[in-house]
Design a protein around this ligand. Sequence first.
Ligand code: GLU
Length: 413
Amino acid sequence: MSTINPFESAMLQLDNAAQYVAMGDTLEILKQPQRILNVTIHVKMDNGKTKIFQGYRVQFNNARGPYKGGIRFHPQVSLDEVKALSFWMAMKCSIADLPLGGGKGGVIVDPKTLSVSELERLSRGYARAIADNIGPTKDVPAPDVNTTGQIMGWMVDEFIKLQPKKLTKKETLKLRSTFTGKLIADGGSEGREEATGLGGLFVLQACLLKMKLSGKLTAAVQGFGNVGYNIAKFLYEQGFTVVAVSDSKGGIYNKEGLNPEAVLASKKKTGSLKASGKEITNAALLELPVDILVPSALESVITKVNASKIKARVILEMANGPIASEADTIVYKKGIVVIPDVLANSGGVSVSAFEWEQNLKGQHWTKKLVNARLKAKMERAVDDIWAMSKKIKTDLRTAAFVVALGRINKAMK
Ligand code: GLU
């Protein structure tokens, strides 16, 4: 794990983009979150003892609408990480032109060490701890690293139980909009599970068209969680040769290409990726000579140490913050096109916004409708950012931030 401070990275990105927007006081306001909730969660463990977990919810900016963003369960969660992630959510929601602001939550925990019932008690405890500060018009959390639809279900159930007055059935259903990324049975949206991956595919395809890059392209995907698996699967289905995939334990490589669905089935059976190809480290995967490199795990995996060794032509940032800002210029100077996280992975929060809207309106859209709206949204975002990067002659990340900041600035005036 890198020691780079992600919030410092994020603020460098902000300062860089701010040169192109007349922001006045808004710039200083955007350098700190509006609210930080620092909570302790007491969980009765299966052995009868109580364990205390540390959690955060950072509400960065709500100029364009309620705070929005996921909750991460990970041993390396820190306040600066959650601050950075909440800032990126504000940018992301603005880029996708959603009526939402930016927030993020996290709990310092390795969920793999918990039993299912301990995980449920932790999830419910976290929801109780932040309950006063969330709600459909206040702050709308969602899944992130290691959190699932099931976890959102426990949280929303706990939140609804805490309401002081008795709610009608209709009011209860509407209040489920407080969390997104839920299972369909709990009011989730069709297509939310794979939305980040599918959105990433739409963004990539739109960018490749602008770059006039086509043919049989190769890809390497780092990370095999919800996002990594789904983007790998969509790339494979669209005819890309996925030569490598990896999880936190390491990766596998096959020059002829891997079928992510078969790799997942084998991982489920054997507990590891190993059986599906030649072993490769995560570090080596990042340096493979592929057309498209897709970091889909945690932040700061590309730093000034390895940036000069990256051989990909395009980096599709499906993780949040995978390129530390110190490495951004190195990668840019090598002529690599970076499709920034705030654009590349904005499909997840876009379908979260659709879920929120459906819950509020008492609707349930078909998958076809959800995916068509997602595609239109992603293509629009690519058009806006591409045009901005041509206009101000910058890389796509700077252009994306300029688009986002322009909209937030307008809302704050
Ligand atoms: N955690 C996801 C992200 O980083 C999704 C957030 C959401 O759906 O609110 O974009």
